[in-house]
Ligand binder design. Structure first.
Ligand SMILES: C[S@@+](CC[C@H](N)C(=O)[O-])C[C@H]1O[C@@H](n2cnc3c(N)ncnc32)[C@H](O)[C@@H]1O
Length: 273
């Protein structure tokens, strides 16, 4: 589970410092997502929900000079990183906001986009209802989210290393909260969205590359995701043993100059009812 408070605090700060690596880990997914967004005939006003450090917002703003993109995120650190790296664009703005309650009468989106930014709402039906209410008639939505943990080796392999990892509520806000398409369809339908579609995308999640890909991956895992959480919780010998197992895992997944893991996502599309 990763809740709003964590994104506003330390988790958001870590992502803001690691955006080059998080962009790299999502890179093949981003390409597919951008293709899907660009076939949309809805340019106009585009809001990127949970935009993080802004890569998707920047790519869409550059590809659609006829549109105006607004990236929204609850983490001030991530919005600062996004604003800094995207300077000089006249059709792109970023703002700190909780998308579940955000409304701006001067910016009525024709299109919502998101790369893995919509699985963290604590009340998803209310949040997507708000997004529908804040959007133009016939607005469109295109977002990505992870499929089941079993299809995401980067997560299951690390979870297997954590001593007595809690199984938890699979629907709690977090990376896998939208893994079940029936649940997502139910949430979106109840929130005023229709024509809900799911495209599966399989990709290589690159965790480490460069001169020493294993060291790069260990540094990445130390800051982002389930390993970082485990490292924070563990002490003494348990911590040392975990770091050793993490190194073994990274070495076992070093192929063609990169530490890589299987990853699986949905690209979800919908229209406002
Ligand atoms: C997994 S990260 C993805 C970030 C970015 N879209 C990317 O692809 O790098 C999830 C993002 O959702 C943001 N987020 C979580 N809850 C939010 C909310 N209620 N409103 C706005 N942003 C939220 C987090 O701060 C975080 O940046």
């Amino acid at each position: 589970m990763t809740d709003k408070m964590e994104w506003q605090g330390q988790v958001g700060t870590s992502w803001a410092r690691q955006w080059q690596r998080t962009d790299r880990s999502f890179s093949p997914l981003t390409e597919r997502l951008v293709e899907r967004i660009l076939v949309s005939d809805h340019a106009g006003k585009i809001a990127d929900i949970g935009c993080g450090a802004g890569e998707l917002s920047i790519k869409i703003a550059d590809a659609r000079p006829d549109g105006h993109v607004l990236g929204l995120d609850i983490s001030a650190d991530l919005i600062a990183a996004a604003s800094e790296r995207s300077k000089g664009r006249s059709n792109l703005n970023f703002g700190v906001a909780d998308a579940s309650v955000w409304q701006d009468p001067s910016f009525i989106p024709d299109l919502y986009i998101s790369r893995h930014g919509v699985m963290f709402f604590d009340a998803p039906v209310a949040a997507f209802t708000n997004l529908a209410a804040s959007a133009a008639a016939n607005a469109q939505m295109v977002f990505s989210c992870f499929r089941a943990p079993a299809e995401n080796a980067w997560a299951t392999n690390i979870a297997a290393l954590v001593p007595s990892a809690p199984s938890g509520d699979p629907h709690a806000p977090g990376p896998f909260a939208f893994a079940d398409p029936e649940r997502v369809k139910g949430i979106l339908s109840a929130a005023g969205w229709t024509d809900v579609g799911f495209e599966p995308v399989d990709f290589d999640y690159v965790a480490g590359r460069g001169e020493d890909p294993v060291a790069d991956a260990l540094d990445f895992f130390g800051h982002i995701g389930p390993a970082a959480r485990a490292i924070r919780m563990l002490e003494g010998e348990a911590r040392t043993a975990f770091l050793g197992r993490l190194r073994d895992l990274a070495e076992a997944n070093l192929h063609d100059g990169a530490v890589r893991f299987a990853a699986a996502a949905w690209i979800v599309t919908a229209h406002k009812n």
